[in-house]
Design a protein around this ligand. Structure first.
Ligand code: ZN
Length: 282
């Protein structure tokens, strides 16, 4: 989000909304946009169509039928197992992020309905330490799959992440296996799993549960991949093709199934769920 909004970041993140009466400079097209207009447009710039990162609560509100979301896993909170300190202690970093986002960690999950169909739903929040996956995100994603199994429902996950939570070291890396093991159980039960990939979704999350949906839906222009373009360029000492690792590039190379504008994502996911669940009881 543009710097001009930083004073309102806490309020925006807490409510999933941008406070009223604020003019912001679009970070993509540099034009001035009226905050409420951007919010009404699902945080897509009305002038250049840039898709801003969506706070988890706004994402859930966008995907779930109104009034159907029942939050779960509110008891799962981060723990500083390594007593890690970088530029500040991890415990302080967590507290500041919880204050900023109103979330315990970088994820919001629960049961909901999409077009009247029960789903187990999870949405990541890039605003919480770059949407990084530590023990909480891994546990909540695993529980999201388990809830899908319990209620016999499709799982929908909205990913947005810079990767593993460095402050949790090996514990964060263990979440790759943990989330994929839970995902495998859902597959064995032949229940559908739809992933929405937003900008950016990289590293440990892209290398685990975000890559193994039955269908991968991407937002336009979203960066998705394991290592980022800069790291790859510096490693192989070659110039990368235009649009490398962006949604359109990944779709054209068979990695992503479909790109949907944010205004159309709900319809696309609805159709996918209907397609996968037709013929099943309920
Ligand atoms: Zn713009």
């Amino acid at each position: 989000m543009a710097d001009e909004t930083s004073g309102h970041a806490a309020e925006k993140q807490k409510t999933g909304k941008i406070p009223g009466g604020v003019w912001i400079k679009c970070k993509n097209c540099s034009e001035t946009v009226f905050g409420p207009e951007l919010e009404k447009n699902l945080l897509v710039c009305p002038l250049c169509d840039y898709h801003y990162p969506m706070p988890a609560r706004a994402r859930v509100a966008m995907l779930a039928d109104e009034g159907t979301f029942e939050e779960r896993d509110t008891d799962v909170a981060p723990y500083d197992v390594l007593e890690f300190v970088d530029s500040k202690p991890y415990t302080q970093r967590i507290a500041a992020m919880q204050e900023k986002t109103g979330l315990k960690d970088a994820i919001l999950a629960g049961n909901a309905e999409i077009d009247g169909i029960a789903v187990s739903l999870a949405a990541m929040d890039f605003g919480f330490i770059g949407g990084s996956m530590g023990s909480v995100v891994g546990e909540v994603i695993a529980r999201t799959f388990k809830r899908g199994l319990e209620i016999g429902a499709p799982v929908v996950a909205a990913a947005a992440s810079g990767g593993a939570r460095m402050q949790e070291g090996i514990v964060s890396l263990m979440q790759l296996g943990k989330t994929n093991a839970a995902r495998a159980e859902l597959a064995e039960a032949r229940l559908p799993y739809i992933v929405l990939i937003s900008d950016p979704t990289t590293a440990g999350v892209m290398a685990s549960f975000a890559a193994v949906g039955d269908v991968l839906v991407g937002e336009p222009g979203a960066l998705m991949g394991f290592a980022g373009p800069r790291v790859i360029r510096e490693t192989i000492h070659q110039e990368l093709p235009p649009g490398f690792q962006r949604a359109e590039f990944q779709r054209d190379h068979g990695f992503l199934d479909v790109i949907a504008h944010r205004h159309e994502i709900r319809d696309v996911i609805e159709k996918l769920i209907r397609y996968f669940t037709s013929g099943q009881p309920n």
